[in-house]
Ligand binder design. Structure first.
Ligand SMILES: O=P(O)(O)OC[C@H]1O[C@H](OP(=O)(O)OP(=O)(O)O)[C@H](O)[C@@H]1O
Ligand SMILES: NC(=O)CC[C@H](N)C(=O)O
Ligand SMILES: [Mg+2]
Length: 502
């Protein structure tokens, strides 16, 4: 679930892109990159690492220009190699750089077309590099030396006709502007805003509203499913609905885990949705668990805090911060590889024994995916002297792989795949386990007053893939290619780009 940003400003944009990427860091911590443009030249810096590690002062000084795009990566295709850090670049036509959040589901076919029919070379296994080449091919096919917005949108309509999956994309067309677009179902989020300066209006497109808020950009609106926005170098703004308008079906897991709580996606506050998740789960506990003996509610930091607080309030039970999070360790779920994830849970979370000793504790997590976190924490709770350890998950059982930009490719790695709640409970070592119902989760996210979203991409919970092109064979191949064992294999280290990053 990468973070993307694009800015067309009146002054240098490197710092504002850096700041936005820092605010989007929770969406991807494997690699980061930025391209800026000045006087027809491009400047690229990208590498593995967190945003603050990738961009040092010496790099920032070279990233000049009033227009640029950035990316924070969490790999869902290809490898974690620095060669697959984004933005990607192709020189023809115009010089195009691209940053992508999401995952294409017809990459194999596209890669073949790009090579055999479009006569283009792809140097990595990244779906985003394929996407860039499809865009470049279609822009080239339009055949305009000086493309107008209508030419760009025409080519983009053909791109939409070719690509499938979940995607939010931002691309810099050198000398012309920034083009950003969102998949036809609105699975991945994309929003834009503006900021007034003495020299005119500046624009930012980003994955989450939090990036706009913090930089003083006023949120204008979400980009609609299948819609594109083009901000030219003179800061004129253009829109085009590139596919027939559909209802938005944003990814439900954004509200559960991915997005920051202070973000608003498709006019739904992530914070409010998480409060509602807590409320619904507390109702379920009250209904199914008469005369429970819970002494204390303890969140598994960070993401579950909002829901846990509401559960405690509704059940009228003390809420305690019994687990302390090391603020210097990133999110464990988006780390590549199970060994590092397991080790990081212990490094990241440490119990306050006093809050567990001789108590019946209800641990709350936002989701249980591989079960890595809950298993370790339950063990810790017992070591700290808990009398009984219950666990509640604000999301239902995650039973199916994700194909739209979350790295859950292998059903076998999901603890709930093919298992009942009782079996999962036993495996993670809890005394009792309770999951949110899917309908309750959906209702927790619907905000009839502010948003017209009524449906979501719920594929990880119910196995229904809304893009319609996912079958058993696709999932089988994905599992073979991207399971944890496979991913820990060797990775190419050369840069993929013809434009060498510094
Ligand atoms: O069952 P698992 O495979 O362990 O995955 C689920 C856990 O991973 C995430 O936490 P993470 O540490 O990534 O981030 P957070 O600090 O935002 O909660 C999520 O919040 C759950 O705690
Ligand atoms: N998490 C994402 O959005 C990943 C983008 C792209 N598929 C990559 O692997 O780089
Ligand atoms: Mg967590």
């Amino acid at each position: 679930m990468c973070g993307i940003v694009g800015v067309v400003g009146t002054t240098m944009v490197n710092q504002v892109i850096f700041d936005a990427l820092t605010l989007l860091q929770h969406r991807g911590q494997d690699a980061a990159g930025m391209v800026t443009s000045h006087n027809g030249k491009l400047f690229l810096r990208k590498d593995n690492g967190a945003v603050s590690e990738v961009f040092r002062t010496r790099h920032m000084k070279k990233l000049c220009g009033t227009i640029g795009i950035g990316h924070a990566r969490y790999p869902t295709a290809g490898t974690s190699s620095s060669a697959e850090a984004q933005p990607f670049y192709v020189n023809s036509p115009y010089g195009i750089s691209l940053a992508h959040n999401g995952n294409l589901t017809n990459t194999k076919k596209l890669a073949q077309e790009v090579f055999e029919a479009d006569l283009r070379h792809i140097n990595t296994t990244s779906d985003s590099e394929v996407l860039l080449n499809v865009l470049a091919h279609e822009l080239h096919a339009e055949g305009k030396l000086v493309p107008k917005p209508s030419d760009i949108f025409n080519s983009l309509e053909r791109v939409y006709a070719r690509i499938q999956g979940g995607y939010a994309v931002v691309s810099l067309i050198t000398g012309y502007g920034i083009l950003a677009f969102r998949d036809p179902d609105g699975i991945r989020p994309l929003i834009y805003g503006s900021r007034e300066t003495a020299d005119g209006t500046e624009y930012m497109v980003a994955s989450e509203s939090v990036a706009l808020d913090a930089a003083g950009f006023k949120v204008e609106r979400d980009i609609n499913p299948g819609e594109a926005i083009f901000v030219d170098v003179n800061r004129n703004i253009h829109f085009k609905q590139c596919t027939p308008a559909k209802v938005a079906r944003p990814c439900l897991f954004e509200y559960v885990y991915f997005a920051r709580p202070d973000t608003v996606i498709d006019n739904i506050s992530v914070y409010k949705a998480r409060i509602n998740m807590g409320e619904k789960l507390a109702e379920k506990i009250e209904e199914e668990w008469l005369n429970h003996d819970i002494d204390v509610v303890i969140p598994i930091p960070d993401t579950s805090r909002t829901a846990a607080l509401q559960i405690a309030q509704r059940l009228n039970i003390p809420f305690r911060e019994g687990l302390v999070k090391n603020r210097y360790i990133g999110r464990t779920f988006i780390m590549p590889g199970q060994t590092v994830r397991r080790k990081s849970v212990r490094q990241k979370l440490n119990p306050v024994p006093f809050e567990f000793k001789d108590k019946v504790v209800l641990l709350v997590d936002d989701s249980i995916v591989r079960g890595t976190t809950s298993k370790e924490i339950i063990e810790m709770a017992r070591e700290a002297g808990a009398k009984k350890v219950y666990i509640a998950s604000a999301a239902p059982e995650v039973r199916y792989p994700n194909v739209y930009g979350i790295d859950m490719p292998a059903a076998a790695e999901l603890i709930a795949h093919g298992r009942t709640a009782e079996e999962i409970c036993r495996l993670i070592g809890a005394d009792k386990l309770i999951f949110q119902n899917l309908d309750d989760l959906i209702n927790a996210c619907i905000d009839e007053k502010h948003s017209n979203v009524r449906e979501f991409d719920t594929s990880v919970f119910d196995g229904k893939y809304i893009t319609g092109n996912i079958d058993a064979e696709y999932l089988e191949n994905l599992e073979k290619a991207r399971n944890d064992v496979q991913k820990s294999g060797s990775e190419p280290q050369q840069s993929s780009d013809m434009m060498q990053p510094f």
